[in-house]
Structure formats: C-alpha cells, structure tokens
Design a protein around this ligand. Structure first.
Ligand SMILES: [Zn+2]
Length: 289
C-alpha cells in the first residue's frame, strides 16, 4: 500500500473509533446512576455531625479541578520527588501547601469541649503549633477553648458559622454575613485573634466564596492530605494515611470536633513524634509574625 493509502486507512480507523466511543458514551449516559452514589454525602449534610467530606456533584468545581480526595501530589507515588515542596493549588486557587518544605496540621469543626483540650495538650507536649478551623457557633458556645487555642500560639481559621456545606451557593451578601458573624464570635472570645484563613466546609469551594473570603482579608485554605478521620476509620488507618501521603509542604486535614475523635487523638500520639522526625511542622503564618 502507498503512504497515502495507509494515511487514509488510518483516518477511517480513527473515525470509526470515535463513533464507537460516542455510542458507548451515549449508552453510558442512558444508564441511571447507581442509587447509592453520593448517598453518604447527602445523608451526612443533614446529620448533626460535621464532616469535611467531598461535596456532592452539586458542586462541579472549576474546570479540571477536584475536591477533597487526595490530590495527585498527595499520592504515595509522588514520593519520588519528595524533596520538592508541594506548591499545588486546590479548587479555585485555595491553598493546599505551606509554600515551604514545612508541613501544617489543621484541625476542623471545633472547638469541642471533649476533644479540643486533648488535641491542645498533645500539641503542647510536643511543642507543635497548628491551625484550627473554627465553626462560629462552637466559638460562641466555647469561648474559653478559643482563648486556649489562641493563647497556645496556634493559627485561627474561619470555618463558617454552622458548617454550611452549601455556603458557596448562597448570595454574596449571605456569604459575607456568615463569615463576618463567625469572625465576630471568634473575636468576642479572643479579641486579639488574627483570622488569616477561611476554609469552606466540605471543601465545597465556589468562585463566590473564595472571592468573598479574599475580600475580607482571609486566604482560602484547602488541604493536600485527608485521612478522612471524620469517617472514624480508626487510629491505625488515620496514622497510616497521613504518614503515607504527607510530603514537604503538605497541609494535613484532621478534626477535633464533629463526632467521636478518639481515633484522631490516638493517631496524633504516634503521628506527632513521627512527623517531627521527618518534617518541620508549623502553624500557618498569619502575617503578624
Ligand atoms: Zn469542617
């Protein structure tokens, strides 16, 4: 066969392949979604326990973006270039990295009178500073714990008034009011608190919520490592995931409230010395130090 015949045959093959692919996609789209798909997310929104699970498909996210789950940079296979800091960005540019080789532990959904003091005691025992993403109504209920967090030198992050996973879909004014109300509750407890970060509940970022938090002077804070401790997988699994996925620059997501956090506390007892052996740990910078 001549070269031109070969090219023509190649084109026909490509066209046929494309048509077959379209037919397959069409067939797939006609099959109803599995009924269980996303049910866990939908159910958890309506339970009293908070959780930073990836949101449902109601939040499609930015083009090419993903939510929640381990980012490609956080996967164990990324350990090949483990000496490079992770400087990737999360949804809508939210931070997933410290921007240096240091790592940052972040604790969400508190403060909680049972678990937050245990986390604070462990951090103090090991001399580690971390970041606490505080829910406004919990700050209002437990101002003493907000004061303890600030007094211990940890960084404060706004985590919305009542952990509204749909916050990003509300009006700009409603988002602004929610974030300001939360900051007010934190400052009512600790007037000198510098609130440099905001973390959208569930990681359900939208352009509007990022824009509003930046207008209010807060940096949108996502994460790179998520051991899904809110799903109570047990201390061993939490420990294993964090140790496997944390690399220089990682921001690690954990929870000091929103349910039974005994697994998280137990995991920290092993994680803190091990992470300190491997990395420098920091509270995210607030611009004042
Ligand atoms: Zn949360």
């Amino acid at each position: 066969m001549s070269a031109s015949t070969l090219r023509a045959a190649g084109m026909v093959t490509l066209v046929v392949a494309a048509l077959l692919g379209s037919a397959y996609a069409l067939g797939r789209s006609l099959v109803p979604d599995h009924p269980d798909r996303g049910a866990g997310v939908a159910a958890s929104i309506h339970t009293p326990h908070y959780g930073d699970q990836p949101p449902s498909t109601e939040f499609p996210g930015p083009p090419g973006g993903g939510y929640g789950g381990p980012s490609p940079d956080a996967s164990p296979s990324a350990s090949d270039d483990a000496r490079q800091p992770d400087d990737s960005e999360g949804p809508y540019g939210a931070r997933t990295s410290t921007g240096s080789t240091r790592i940052a532990l972040t604790f969400d959904d508190g403060p909680d009178p049972q678990w937050t003091p245990q986390v604070l005691a462990l951090l103090k025992e090991y001399g580690v500073k971390a970041t606490f993403c505080i829910v406004g109504e919990n700050a209002e209920s437990h101002p003493d714990l907000v004061r303890s967090i600030v007094a211990d030198g940890h960084t404060i992050c706004n985590h919305s008034w009542n952990h509204d996973i749909s916050l990003g879909k509300r009006s700009p004014a409603a988002i602004r009011d929610d974030l300001l109300r939360t900051n007010d509750a934190i400052r009512a407890a600790a007037p000198d608190a510098r609130i440099a970060y905001f973390r959208q509940p569930g990681g359900a970022w939208t352009y509007q919520v990022v824009s509003t938090c930046e207008d209010l002077g807060m940096t949108p804070l996502h994460w790179a490592v998520d051991p899904t401790d809110w799903q109570v997988p047990g201390a061993a699994k939490i420990t294993q995931t964090v140790l496997a996925e944390t690399r220089p620059g990682s921001i690690v997501l954990m929870h000091d409230a929103g349910g039974d956090r005994s697994g998280t506390v137990e995991a920290l007892q092993r994680l803190l010395p091990e992470l300190m052996h491997r990395f420098q740990l920091e509270a995210l910078p607030t611009g004042t130090t």
